[in-house]
Design a protein around this ligand. Structure first.
Ligand SMILES: [Zn+2]
Length: 178
């Protein structure tokens, strides 16, 4: 989000030099710079001992495709805490130590996504009313249900990282027969 008016006093902001950051919106009444702001979120690929992955449906995100579990980081919380909280709230699962899997910028929502792989022993999912569905899906079937691969989505990089970690070949990209 790029500020045009001061969020505290409502004054029109002016561009002012802020050292290495160049011109930044500035409130002359409050004496304060207003740097661009964006949300920080987590997204997690949850897998179990049978190499199944949780896919969820949230119709407000997509009626057609399934997604990994994600949510906003709340102020005061670390990304690791946010992952565990979201997974507990949405699916009733207790993740073991989530493994950090890098970040990506979700341009269409102006969000910085912190990606994780999270292991959890298989047990039934207890869905939050926020979800329109969720289930354990064999890892090899995941590409059938998620968004087709395109730039700016984290699902495939996370999925490949999971496959590599588990020593699994990517579906449809196995070695050629001899
Ligand atoms: Zn102000």
């Amino acid at each position: 989000m790029h500020f045009k008016y001061c969020p505290e006093c409502g004054a029109l902001l002016v561009d002012r030099d802020a050292g290495d950051d160049g011109k930044v919106p500035y409130c002359e009444s409050c004496g304060k710079y207003w740097f661009d702001q964006f949300a920080s979120c987590v997204i997690v690929l949850i897998y179990n001992e049978f190499d199944e992955i949780v896919l969820s449906r949230q119709n407000y995100l997509s009626e057609k495709y399934a997604v990994f579990t994600s949510g906003f980081i709340t102020p005061g919380e670390t990304a690791e805490e946010a992952v565990k909280r979201e997974v507990k709230e949405e699916l009733g699962l207790d993740l073991e130590e989530p493994e950090y899997a890098g970040t990506f910028w979700l341009a269409r929502r102006d969000q910085l996504m912190h990606c994780f792989l999270g292991f959890c022993r298989k047990k039934p999912l207890v869905l939050s009313p926020e979800l329109d569905g969720a289930e354990w899906v064999p890892a090899m079937d995941v590409p059938k249900y998620v968004y087709p691969e395109r730039a700016g989505t984290a699902i495939y990089p996370m999925y490949r990282r999971f496959l590599k970690k588990r020593g699994l070949a990517e579906p449809g990209k196995g070695s050629e027969p001899e």
